[in-house]
Design a protein around this ligand. Sequence first.
Ligand code: SF4
Length: 193
Amino acid sequence: VAVSALAIDAIRAAWAGVSGRLGAYGLLLPGSASFVCQAELCQAHCCRSFSVSLGDGEVARMAATGRQPITFLETEKGEPISLPLAQPYLLARRHGQCALLGRDLRCTAYEGRPDACRRYPHEVVFAGEGGLVRLEPAEQRAALEATVAGRAGSPLALLLGHRECPGFTGPALTLDGWAARLRETLELQLAGH
Ligand code: SF4
C-alpha cells in the first residue's frame, strides 16, 4: 500500500467538505491512533447507547454458538420481533443496555456478535467534490481501492471513528493497517444489505 501525500491531502480536503454533517465522527488516517476497546473507561458505552439490528445471517451466526434466538432477540408473545427491514431483528436489551453485556463489561457472545458490534466505532463514508455521495456496493469497493491506491478522482473513501468512544488509544495506524480497517469496515457495512 502506498498512499501519497497528495492523496492524503485529498482525503483531508474531502473530509473538510463533509465533516460539518458528521459531527459525531473524526477522520482516521495512517498515523492516527488505532482502536483498542477500553470498556472499563466508558463502562461499555456503546453496549448501552445503541439498539442493534440484525439480519438472518447474523441471527444464524449467533445461534450457531449455542444460543436460542429468543434468548438474544427482542421478542413479543414469545416470538422474535421481525420488522419489514433488511435487518429485521433487534438485539435484546435489558435495563437500558445490551442483554449480552457481562458484569465484567465484556460481551458474553463475542464470537458470534453482530456486524454492527464488529464495526463499531468505525464507519466508512464516500465523499466527492459536491460532498457525501451514495454509491452502489461495487462502486463503493472500487472507490475504496482507488483511495487506498492513491488514485486521483472522486469519490474518496473516508475512514471515520466515533468520537464518543475512548478506545482510540492504540499504536498509530500503519498504511496497511489503515487500508485493512477501511476494507473490513466497508465489508461489515455492506453485509446484510
Ligand atoms: S468500543 Fe469504545 S465505547 Fe464501546 S466499550 Fe469499547 S471503548 Fe467503550
